[in-house]
Design a binder for this molecule. Structure first.
Ligand code: GLA
Length: 751
């Protein structure tokens, strides 16, 4: 028999129990044991000759098949005769013989596995190998739709265990996956790699779609490429607001390049706001997706009894292309991914683009009447309201000193919020609690609170540094800032900003041999702070912001209502950008503000913002009466349709990437109403746009909302058609020239 066989049988015995006497008998080097194994081997070899037998019948005592099922998706794990856990490649439903070693479900380094491992650990005694054998599986039904499956794997030679955890959402074809690692060795175990997932896919025809960007061009460059043999790594080493250049969300397609309405696709999104790694390895007979915290400079010394819980990976499946995949993703996100996912969002007016840092009480209260007149519902006061010894007059000073500036706002924030309230406006505030300017009282008092490397010159970005959240005093300080600010009477909204990432990841709080914990501990401390904020202020709406790269991930988003996709609010850029974000995030979470970026016609800018979470950042007093009417019309139209756009299903109809126009439509859950958006990016023709997802039998009447002044009415304005007719023949929009847009309501027929 091959050498591995004796070891495999020996390991299988470990599953049953391992006393020191048994250790002698079942020693793979023991000759008697080897003779007995030859007999077992013959039986096992005969079993694998019977086709399909392996998949159906547990091959040895204690072995089994573990299935995870959603409505249209499934993962199948097999316990091999060697006791290890194997995964049937995604989408491969055929029964298999003995799985090859490279199909291991969560491969470990150092004990025979030769490709990129999911787990690499150095045990307390210095052993650099881990062997994980199946121990047991538990299944818990959390709700009728949702099951948690936990597969426990143990190392026969060490008190070291790893549990692969899954939460399935049946209807939405979503699987959340994470891993828990625990040990009881004599000292710390160093985790060098600890992936959340190591999903296996078939070897051929797998395509990866991912997104590259940067400040003001986030998500703008979708890239689709075949996965070939080798390792393709998408990662971030930035520590916090880690999505500056790329997002931790991607699509794997199993039938070649992805299509909107056909083909098998699997979206992956890592719920983690810190350094991440999504690695895709083609190793000849398969493709493996390894995603989780970035192992780069992040070794974690896990103490006995301590559990390391990896970030969650969210997988969303569809056999019908990207559109169906996104709609499922959005439904899951409204239920679990964002706060208040079943409530519409207010119309917000922000002052950042208008005033920058230059304002005082009178200037801000001067915005309230025009805001109310135009239909806004909330005023958001941006950066610049704090700092006294070092007033926040620009980006150089004040961060960390969160007392309202006494000259600008003599009575503090409460009188401002009260003035807004008198006009029926809610009031929101900007905060950047994680940061400090060296020019601040906070830094003067606590220079050691920043993340920095000893003996290196501080590297400032946007003139600021990141506070070290691993330090308990910093955690307490930031909580005081948040609770004092959000506790001001009348404040019901906050924009939580984050304007730099880590470039010198050192902590004067962590011990020298624990520096590599910073990347993990920072993010977990941040989440604890965000969680406390959400729990303490349940009625306060929260925007997750970062000027550059967004903080668009489900790790942070679950504490927030929305995120700021980009500082770039040029609607010509926002059309493709919002399109790309919508693969993974529902539009109710995508803040889209009307500004003067790009100097586009306001009707176009308003129409684009109306297709997501609408806001404005304009000096309303300076608008011409015509532009003011356009904005007021857009706000009233947004209020009329927001139940459909924010809470309904999205259909992406015509891609704006490299074309003359982009088009999408939303359909209400009961399919009684729909809204179609057409954005003309270059001159073209008013060709009909064909909505999707309508009820074929229902009748819909056509109305253009907030039509652009001076443009002819829609050819079909006021007419009624069935869903079948509309989806077959389309609706002719009123726009054909560059920078024209058209928003069409398909309203229930009025009898
Ligand atoms: C970041 C945000 C902006 C604004 C500024 C304030 O850049 O993205 O919207 O809040 O900070 O400094």
């Amino acid at each position: 028999m091959p050498e591995e066989f004796y070891f495999a049988v020996s390991e299988c015995v470990n599953l049953i129990g391992y006393s020191s006497r048994m250790k002698q008998i079942f020693n793979p080097h023991n000759r008697v044991f080897r003779r007995r194994c030859n007999g077992i081997g013959l039986v096992a070899a005969l079993m694998t000759l019977v086709p399909g037998l392996f998949a159906e019948v547990p091959p040895s005592p204690g072995s089994q098949v573990v299935r995870l099922d959603t409505a249209h998706f499934g993962l199948v794990f097999l316990v091999g005769i060697d006791g290890r856990l194997y995964q049937q490649p995604v989408g491969d439903r055929g029964a298999k013989g003995k799985p090859p070693r490279e199909d291991e479900a969560y491969p470990q380094a150092g004990d025979g596995y030769i490709w990129e491992p999911a787990l690499q650990a150095v045990h307390a005694d210095g052993n650099t190998s881990t062997a994980l054998l199946f121990k047991d599986v538990t299944r818990t039904n959390e709700t009728a739709d949702c099951e948690v499956v936990r597969i426990k794997l143990c190392d026969p030679a060490y008190p070291f265990e790893t549990t692969l955890c899954f939460r399935t959402h049946r209807e939405q074809d979503v699987v959340e996956q994470w891993t828990e690692i625990l040990h009881h060795e004599s000292g710390a175990v160093t985790l060098e790699r600890m992936a959340s997932t190591a999903l296996l896919l078939p070897a051929t025809n797998i395509y990866l779609t991912h997104f590259f960007g940067g400040w003001a061009k986030e998500m703008l460059s979708p890239i689709t490429e075949a996965i070939t043999p080798g390792l393709k790594v998408l990662d971030s080493k930035l520590g916090t607001r880690a999505e500056q250049f790329r997002n931790s969300s991607f699509v794997l397609s199993l039938d070649g390049a992805p299509q909107e309405n056909a083909g098998r696709v699997l979206a992956g999104s890592l719920a983690w706001s810190g350094s991440f790694q999504c690695a895709f390895e083609g190793f000849g007979s398969g493709v493996r997706a390894l995603c989780g915290v970035n192992p780069f400079a992040s070794a974690y010394h896990l103490e006995p009894g301590q559990v390391f819980t990896t970030p969650k990976m969210i997988w969303v499946w569809s056999a019908n292309g990207l559109g169906d995949m996104s709609r499922k993703f959005h439904r899951w996100a409204r239920d679990f991914g964002v706060r208040d996912g079943h409530k519409t969002r207010t119309v917000l007016l922000n002052n950042w683009e208008t005033t920058g840092f230059n304002f005082d009480f009178n200037r801000i209260t001067g915005f309230f009447d025009p805001a109310r007149e135009i239909g806004a519902e909330l005023f958001l006061l941006d950066d610049g309201w704090f700092g006294n010894k070092h007033p926040r007059l620009d980006t150089h000073a004040g961060l960390g000193d969160w007392e309202p500036n006494r000259q600008r706002l003599p009575g503090g924030l409460a009188p401002l919020a009260a003035e807004a309230g008198k006009r029926g406006l809610k009031f929101g505030i900007w905060l950047e609690p994680e940061m400090v300017n060296p020019q601040s009282e906070l830094f003067e008092r606590h220079p050691d609170w920043v993340i920095a490397q000893p003996k290196r010159k501080h590297e400032l970005r946007r003139e600021q540094m990141v506070l070290d959240l691993t330090r308990p005093a910093v955690r307490e300080f930031e909580w005081q800032v948040i609770s004092n600010t959000l506790g001001v009477p009348g404040i019901s909204y906050a924009k939580w900003d984050c304007n730099r990432y880590l470039t010198q990841p050192g902590s004067s709080w962590l011990a020298p041999d624990r520096q590599s914990h910073l990347m993990t501990d920072y993010v977990n401390a941040l989440y604890a702070l965000m969680d406390k904020t959400a729990q303490t202020f349940p009625g306060t709406e929260l925007m997750l912001c970062s000027g550059g790269g967004a903080r668009a991930d489900y790790g942070a988003l679950k504490y927030f209502h929305e995120f700021w996709p980009s500082d770039n609010t040029d609607p010509v850029i926002r059309v493709p950008m919002q399109w790309d974000y919508s693969y993974f995030f529902p539009v109710l979470s995508l803040a889209s503000h009307v500004t003067h970026w790009g100097e586009r016609p306001l009707h176009f800018a308003c129409s684009v913002a109306m297709s997501a979470r609408f806001g404005m950042d304009l000096d309303l007093a300076k608008l011409s009466p015509e532009d003011k009417a356009v904005c007021a019309g857009a706000i009233s139209a947004y209020k009329h349709i927001r139940e459909v756009t924010l809470l309904g299903d999205l259909y992406r109809l015509e891609t704006p990437h490299g074309t003359t126009r982009g088009a999408l439509n939303f359909v209400a859950e009961d399919r009684a109403r729909a809204v179609v958006f057409v954005f003309q990016l270059k001159d073209g023709e008013a060709l009909p746009v064909r909505p999707q997802g309508l009820d074929p039998e229902k009748h819909y009447s056509i109305h253009e909302l907030n039509p652009a002044p001076g443009r002819a009415a829609l050819p079909q304005e006021g007419r009624t058609f069935t869903g079948t007719e509309l989806m077959r023949d389309g609706v002719s929009p009123s726009c054909a020239k560059a920078l024209e847009a058209c928003v069409i309501e398909l309203a229930p027929e009025t009898k």
